[in-house]
Design a protein around this ligand. Structure first.
Ligand code: GLU
Length: 368
């Protein structure tokens, strides 16, 4: 069982586990979850919890309906609900002698390398102090453009930054099915996914995507980030009491097995970006060069899309629009528009200043 050998485990809790459809807080469930966490802590595991629920608990307190909230109002409601959320954890967990801290992240905290390293250090210091960090998105200031919007991808990025061995997404679905189980009686739960790209071809994704309140799409995106950064991930139904013990006992969930990652920490961070700013389409010659570990040069670029700055995360696609690499651009999108298709030694005269000769240097790029 993957959980047994995990040194750092991230567990994501969806709102529906904390609060039921009648807006009652599932206190017994939370106590059973705390007891599970206590067991993992006895085994010396380091635990991070990523918990939703700020907006749900804020709505409960104010007697609002989430559906009626505009963004600015929901930010205020999240601010009210976040304290309720942490109080709930603090009161329940202290009964099990578990001590918690709060970390609120925005997209930029993980997408900017320096800030992500700062966050990593804070997690490590909290581990040393024996505290359990509880993470949520900083909903009070995140607007649509700078928002994760879902805690699935946030949890996978936290797992990548902290070098976690395991991520468990606890929600109200059992896992990934080969077809939509609400429509097809013969839908089967997939227990293990070894290669996301290959295995997903066998699944009726359309039906599956429509299934589940949290959405399967963001969970599969989280799985992709985990597989590439060497973290094994599970999608499991957390509605049962003692959900972690349940996974250990019954294994009734979907495991996404990580690839053994040879990438260094910086390259793992590059490949796991949740918000690339733009795309480059390259020709076959450039694609071949990337496969051989070479940098991307201006000559092989056919098209630029998106607006990005030097240093931003971008995706590299081949002529068929298939992703072949991700990296940090050495030029802005406006500069690439001027130099694409040209030989590197023409860059200085095209731009009017001395610049790098690679559009994405091989050290800043990961082939996928
Ligand atoms: N951050 C949101 C909240 O705490 C939830 C986001 C999600 O459920 O994915 O209410």
């Amino acid at each position: 069982m993957y959980l047994d050998d995990s040194k750092i485990t991230v567990i994501k809790i969806g709102s529906s586990l904390l609060i039921d459809e009648n807006r009652k807080i599932r206190k017994k469930w939370l106590s059973s979850f705390a007891s599970d966490i206590q067991k993992l802590k006895y085994k010396n595991q380091k635990i991070i919890i990523v918990s939703s629920g700020a907006i749900a608990l804020g709505c409960k307190k104010m007697n609002f309906d989430k559906k009626d909230l505009k963004l600015d109002k929901s930010q205020a409601i999240a601010s009210i609900g976040q304290i309720e959320l942490m109080n709930l954890y603090s009161q329940t967990f202290s009964k099990f002698k578990l001590y918690i801290s709060q970390i609120l992240l925005t997209l930029e905290d993980t997408e900017e390398r320096r800030r992500s390293l700062n966050a990593k250090r804070t997690f490590e210091n909290l581990f040393e102090l024996g505290f359990i960090p509880i993470v949520n998105e900083n909903d009070t200031i995140a607007t649509t453009e700078i928002k994760y919007g879902d805690n699935d991808r946030l949890a996978s990025r936290v797992a990548q930054i902290t070098n976690a061995d395991t991520l468990i997404l606890l929600s109200d679905v059992d896992g990934l099915y080969n077809k939509n189980p609400k429509i097809f009686k013969d839908a089967k739960l997939i227990k293990k996914v070894n290669d996301l790209k290959y295995d997903l071809k066998k699944i009726n994704i359309k039906g599956v995507n429509e299934y589940g309140s949290g959405g399967m799409k963001t969970k599969l995106e989280a799985a992709k980030i985990c597989q590439l950064s060497g973290c094994t991930m599970a999608i499991a139904n957390g509605l049962n009491m003692s959900p972690i013990s349940e996974i250990i006992k019954k294994n009734n969930c979907t495991w996404f097995i990580s690839k053994i990652s040879k990438l260094d920490a910086r390259k793992k961070w590059i490949i796991s970006s949740v918000a690339p700013k733009g795309e480059l389409i390259i020709d076959d010659g450039a694609k071949k060069a990337l496969k051989n570990g070479k940098s991307l040069l201006a000559a092989g670029i056919k098209k630029v899309s998106g607006k990005f700055k030097k240093g931003d995360h971008i995706i590299v696609l081949d002529k068929k629009n298939l992703e072949c690499a991700r990296g940090l651009s050495s030029f802005s999108s406006d500069e690439i528009l001027k130099i694409m298709g040209h030989h590197s030694n023409e860059i200085q005269s095209l731009l009017g200043y001395i610049a790098k000769s690679e559009v994405i240097h091989k050290d800043d790029m990961v082939e996928v």
